[in-house]
Design a protein around this ligand. Structure first.
Ligand SMILES: [Zn+2]
Length: 104
């Protein structure tokens, strides 16, 4: 159950109440003066929700992005490793030489 903050319109005191979402403000009784003139203060409650949601959302987005990157990287290595691992400089040097040797 969500925790609501109220301010009593009668004695102007603030109080918190654990209520169901369907609880009506008119039915909220002030614990200090028993008046039913409370107004709901959503400030701290809503700011908590926004604070919780924002990182969660970006985290999810970041996770999706890293997963997408991982999938791309998984395809890249065989293409990248081949020219580097098989023969980095020897082939590029020997190839033009062999061509030169064959032509001249
Ligand atoms: Zn009151």
């Amino acid at each position: 159950m969500p925790l609501y903050e109220y301010r009593c319109g009668q004695c102007e005191k603030q109080f918190e109440a654990n209520q169901s979402v369907h609880a009506r403000v008119e039915d909220t009784e002030c614990p200090f003066c028993r008046a039913r003139q409370a107004t709901r203060l959503m400030s701290s409650f809503s700011s908590n929700i926004i604070g919780d949601r924002k990182p969660g959302f970006t985290e999810l987005k970041a996770k999706a992005m890293t997963e997408e990157r991982m999938q791309r990287f998984a395809k890249l290595p065989p293409l990248n490793i081949r020219p580097n691992m098989s023969s980095p400089n020897v082939t590029s040097e020997s190839e033009p030489m062999s061509i030169e040797g064959s032509t001249s």
